[in-house]
Design a binder for this molecule. Sequence first.
Ligand code: KIV
Length: 266
Amino acid sequence: MKRITTTQLRKKARDGEKIVMVTCYDATFAHLVEQAEIDAILVGDSLGMVIQGHEHTIPVTLEDVIYHARAVARGCSRPHLVGDMPFGTYQASLDAAMDNAGRLLKEGNVQAVKLEGGEEYAEAVARMVRAGIPVMGHLGLTPQSVHQFGGFKIQGRSVGAAEKLKHDALTLQQAGAYALVLEGIPAPLAAEVTASLEIPTIGIGAGAGTSGQVLVLYDLLGLNNGFSPKFVKKFDNMHDRVVSAVNTFAREVRTGDFPLPAHSFE
Ligand code: KIV
């Protein structure tokens, strides 16, 4: 099966069909996600939080994303596959950004890279695109700037911030980005940005006026019973279901109800 391309995603948005993206970090979930007919998978640096247990995404390395991207790529064949550029892999210089984006494509088996930030990275985006590396932008509550923002706070609320975000979105489009993630911004601003662009926007905490939506897979599955941001909808309560299943296993081992002869070899 052929992977969904950047062109197909853009056509979907032009035809008014919502783009659906989830994060994914391993082959088993990639296989499940593929069966759920998701359009795109992001191997996000959110893996730093949901897989590695960090408080934010800053510690994630390029090697981490490559490792998880390779696993995801092995687990599915149809969804469009995007790899996140971790903090520190594209900020220092254009050459470093190019080398690292190239590595992510070559070694991670992804079709595109995503990077956080606006006009300040337009040149890097343009160079990547010229070199044949599709780039997804990411504006708004960009988690790699958590220390600069002073926490995970909604962005684009002031007139100045909203104007900058609109300008950044157009600049990234001009630089050749094929899509933009809009995270943690007021819904009317996200809708306005979406209407001003030819490329699709994929929202998270940005309301319903974007070309598509993305959620962290573990959030939508309800695997975590701790704090959950307002923009997350839990479509299941896998936390309780996993605890219950593992608990039943433990009980049956202790009572001798597992394994039965049916699970044993002669
Ligand atoms: O790393 C990530 O998972 C992301 C999405 C939440 C957009 O950047």
